[in-house]
Design a protein around this ligand. Structure first.
Ligand code: PLP
Length: 287
């Protein structure tokens, strides 16, 4: 396995960062999780746009141009002879003296790791996941904006811990007002009477690339979609519920907080969207 580490290609054993790296010390940095299907980077532009937007927002100078970043991604995939899997792209503030001030870090560090992906087993896509809501609240744009995919993932990690304690794969996080926001690392959708709903990102959610792909797909397939705030009550009484994410793709939820969702397995619209999504990623991963 070859890892891109700040301009060099190194082995996994030699891929090391300084203990003075502000990404490590303070969570000062940003990242992307990207999928490679059939040797193609899925929604490369969307991921890089989100990365460069996050960087701009936190005043982080990415030392590579957009084109250089694309080349570095392609070259890392090539060197790993990689056809399908997951890319973790990290840009940290880089090493600097102790102290929060980013001015202490002369240059950001770029790291690209490609990995095989440990996703849910195939039956989970047919049977659906069991999920729970958790007490952890999503930060909203007046705090750290959820649109910034920053290295500060403690909020989401606390959700994951609550999911683990409940013995479920993904949990549902509300915002401070009690509206459903998203999962620990997935966006959420519900379906009621044939209409697909997802929370608007201002509720407190990352603008997921898979979320965007599903919104486009709903349009293409003629499903009515509304970006509208909703509560746990709406989730409990939905006909179908599913999560979307780069790693999870489109995964149905069959139970939330002990309430069976719909018929208790992946519903017809969720299954249709997953099938069409898989067709897209196989044929035109680049788009
Ligand atoms: N929400 C959060 C907090 C995430 O970390 C992720 C994963 O990146 C998502 C949603 C899903 O976004 P995407 O579809 O871009 O992977």
């Amino acid at each position: 396995q070859v890892i891109y580490l700040n301009g060099e290609y190194v082995t996994k054993e030699n891929a090391k960062v300084s203990v003075y790296d502000h990404g490590f010390l303070y969570g000062d940095g940003i990242f992307e999780g990207i999928r490679v299907y059939n040797g193609n980077i899925f929604k490369c532009k969307e991921h890089l746009d989100r990365l460069y937007d996050s960087a701009k927002s936190i005043m982080l100078d990415i030392p590579l141009s957009y084109e250089e970043m694309e080349q570095a991604l392609a070259e890392t995939i090539r060197r790993n002879e990689f056809r399908d899997g997951y890319i973790r792209l990290v840009v940290s503030r880089g090493p600097g003296n102790l102290g929060l001030d980013p001015k202490r870090c002369p240059s950001a560090w770029v790291i690209i790791i490609v990995e095989q992906l440990a996703i849910y087993p195939p039956e989970a896509y047919r049977d659906g996941l069991v999920s729970v809501s958790v007490s952890q609240r999503r930060n909203i744009p007046d705090a750290l904006n959820p649109k910034i995919k920053s290295l500060n993932y403690l909020n989401n990690i606390l959700v994951k811990i609550q999911a683990n304690l409940a013995g479920v794969g993904e949990a549902i996080m509300l915002n401070a007002q009690g509206y459903v926001a998203e999962g620990s690392s997935d966006n959420i959708f519900i379906i009621k009477k044939g209409i697909v709903y997802t929370p608007p990102c201002y509720i407190g959610a990352l603008e997921g690339i898979t979320r965007g792909a599903i919104i486009e797909l709903c349009d293409k397939l003629g499903y009515k979609l509304k970006e509208e705030p909703f509560t746990l009550h709406d989730v409990f009484i939905a006909d179908e519920v599913f999560f979307t994410g780069t790693a999870a793709e489109v995964i149905a939820v069959r139970e939330v907080d002990g309430r069976t969702i719909g018929t208790g397995k992946a519903g017809p619209i969720t299954t249709h969207l997953l099938e069409e999504f898989r067709k897209i990623v196989e044929v035109d991963g680049y788009k």
